[in-house]
Design a protein around this ligand. Structure first.
Ligand code: PXP
Length: 240
């Protein structure tokens, strides 16, 4: 069975909505690990809309499982990764205007530059994963960069309209996993996975890690709400 990397970006999204100090992603990482997370994933975006540099630095010191840093393949981010040394880096495409990562990296179109970035990180002892769509040409190009991992983008599967379309996307992800493994790549997956659609991805032969964020943080906000309200009532009554 694959391991679970918990993406805690949206804890930071809530904090940044008020530019305050709560909730702290560092505390969230501790709780996620207590709950059984096998890894902690954060995306340090160029615009710092959620996770901040301070978070990544502190997480490096506090995470007891492994820290997966998602980042764009820019000079600034490579410098930060070389300094912080996460347990692995996932290179993702990034556009300022997007709400979340849309589509996978185009490895074919920027093979030379990405091969260079992969080499720089891996020479420093940081394994690299490339976030890509399960397209045969992108998988082949990923193997040529010498990256150790790919992360298959499950967004299209997650958003597929209806069972037939979802089954088609699932078959595509299975074939991609098989192709990647035959080329020596290790395979992770993520994006858009929920409590309802994750199991089918988890049983794909050879899948190593699932990176899941939004659905877990969403559920946490609801399963924790009743207790949080009860505790505020206690504060008002002077009982807390
Ligand atoms: N994997 C990658 C590469 C991502 O960019 C994201 C979103 O930040 C995720 C996984 C997690 O996606 P979600 O929040 O939809 O679970």
């Amino acid at each position: 069975m694959p391991t679970l990397g918990v993406n805690i970006d949206h804890i930071a999204t809530i904090r940044q909505a008020r530019r305050t100090v709560e909730p702290d992603p560092v505390a969230a990482a501790v709780l996620a690990e207590l709950g059984g997370a096998d890894g902690i994933t954060v995306h340090l975006r160029e615009d710092r809309r959620h996770i901040q540099d301070r978070d990544v630095r502190l997480l490096r010191q506090t995470v007891r499982t492994h820290l997966n840093l998602e980042m764009a393949a820019t000079a600034e981010m490579v410098e930060i990764a070389l300094d912080i040394k996460p347990d692995y880096v996932t290179l993702v495409p990034e556009k300022r205007e997007e709400v979340t990562t849309e589509g996978g990296l185009d490895i074919v179109g920027q093979a030379e530059r990405l091969t260079q970035v992969v080499a720089t990180l891996q020479d420093a002892g940081i394994p690299v994963s490339l976030f890509i769509d399960a397209e045969p040409a992108q998988i082949e190009a990923s193997a040529r960069t010498m990256a150790q991992f790919i992360e298959l983008h499950t967004g299209r599967y997650a958003e597929a309209p209806g069972e037939a379309a979802q089954a088609e996307e699932l078959a595509y992800l299975k074939a991609g996993t098989e192709q990647a493994r035959s080329l020596g790549l290790r395979v992770n997956a993520g994006h858009g996975l929920t409590y309802w659609n994750t199991r089918s991805i988890a049983v794909i032969e050879g899948m190593e890690e699932l990176n899941i964020g939004h659905t877990i943080i969403s559920r946490a906000s609801l399963v924790g709400l009743e207790r949080a309200v009860r505790e505020m009532k206690q504060v008002i009554r002077g009982e807390f």
